[in-house]
Ligand binder design. Structure first.
Ligand code: CAA
Length: 258
């Protein structure tokens, strides 16, 4: 797939910037958005010239949720039979880092998409919420789980049961976002952060991402062992030799990705 209709993809040196582009529907996530995002991310992951991706939306909305109009006519058999939303699991399996740059509404599936990314940079205008209960449903793209992991039971439970939105400052206090930046600087700051990551040794980037994610899947002792194995494994890379030599020689490292 080369020409996308619902997203815009741009490469800025080693950073892939993906912009959700369905303005009339506040970037609601339908089947086409999912297919295009998965295609763009697979190309990003496979491209040795790319090191980190940023996903963003518009000033008004990162994404206002799964597409309610697409879902409204669907019944249980169609939802369950097609395992609706399971395609998003592929998104979360992207190996290289993906940053969500969120301005405006990140609601329902939009909040869930942001949480599937490796971390969230929020504009001061960002609003996060899981309002699905107001539609007599629930989060369906991992929101009940990832929100509870990110902000703890009390806030997650209040948010999914009431559908109330959380602003950027509360989201930062609660640990949902890594940082808040002025809305006007959001994309540039996210690209700059992504460029820093994309400038690191590629195998170390994959390993660091993998081990932090393991913290959410494994008991502590097993996670610590997993970390040490990956750490030891990095000592088999040319880039480790180069990275330590470069430190001693007081010069920047030159990475081979090997
Ligand atoms: N799906 C489809 N269309 C949507 C949408 C969505 N999730 N959110 C907004 N839109 C559409 C609106 O229908 C409207 O289209 P029309 O002009 O054709 O009527 C357009 O985007 C602009 O929206 P509003 O006029 O409502 O804009 P607003 O500024 O008055 O309100 C808003 C903004 C508070 C975000 C409001 O649009 C809203 O509440 N949206 C729905 C939020 C929501 O419930 N999200 C959860 C969806 S379910 C889900 O995501 C399940 C899951 O876990 C995966």
């Amino acid at each position: 797939m080369s020409a996308y209709e619902t997203i815009h993809v741009e490469q800025r040196e080693r950073v892939t910037l993906i912009t959700l582009d369905r303005p009339k529907a506040l970037n609601a996530l339908n089947a086409q958005v999912l297919a295009e995002l998965l295609d763009a991310l697979a190309a990003f992951d496979a491209d040795e010239g790319q090191g980190c991706a940023v996903i963003t939306g518009s000033e008004k909305a990162f994404a206002a949720g799964a597409d309610i109009k697409e879902m409204s006519a669907m019944g249980f058999a169609e939802m369950y039979g097609s395992n609706h939303f399971s395609g998003w699991e592929q998104f979360a399996r992207t190996r290289k880092p993906v940053i969500a740059a969120v301005a405006g509404y990140a609601l329902g599936g939009g909040c869930e998409l942001a949480m599937m990314c490796d971390f969230i940079l929020a504009a001061d205008t960002a609003q996060f919420g899981q309002p699905e209960i107001k539609l007599a449903v629930s989060p369906g793209m991992g929101g009940s789980q990832r929100l509870a992991h990110a902000v703890g039971k009390a806030k997650a439970m209040e948010m999914v049961l009431t559908g109330r939105m959380m602003g950027a400052e509360e989201a930062e206090r609660a640990g949902l976002v890594s940082r808040i930046v002025p809305a006007a600087d959001l994309v540039e700051e996210a690209v700059k952060t992504a460029a820093t990551i994309a400038g690191m040794a590629p195998l170390a980037v994959l390993a660091n991402k993998e081990m932090v994610n393991a913290a959410f899947e494994m008991p502590l002792a097993q996670g610590v062992q997993f970390e040490r194995r990956l750490f030891n494994g990095l000592f088999g890379s040319d880039d480790q030799t180069e990275g330590m030599a470069a430190f001693v020689e007081k010069r920047p490292g030159q990475w081979k990705g090997k």
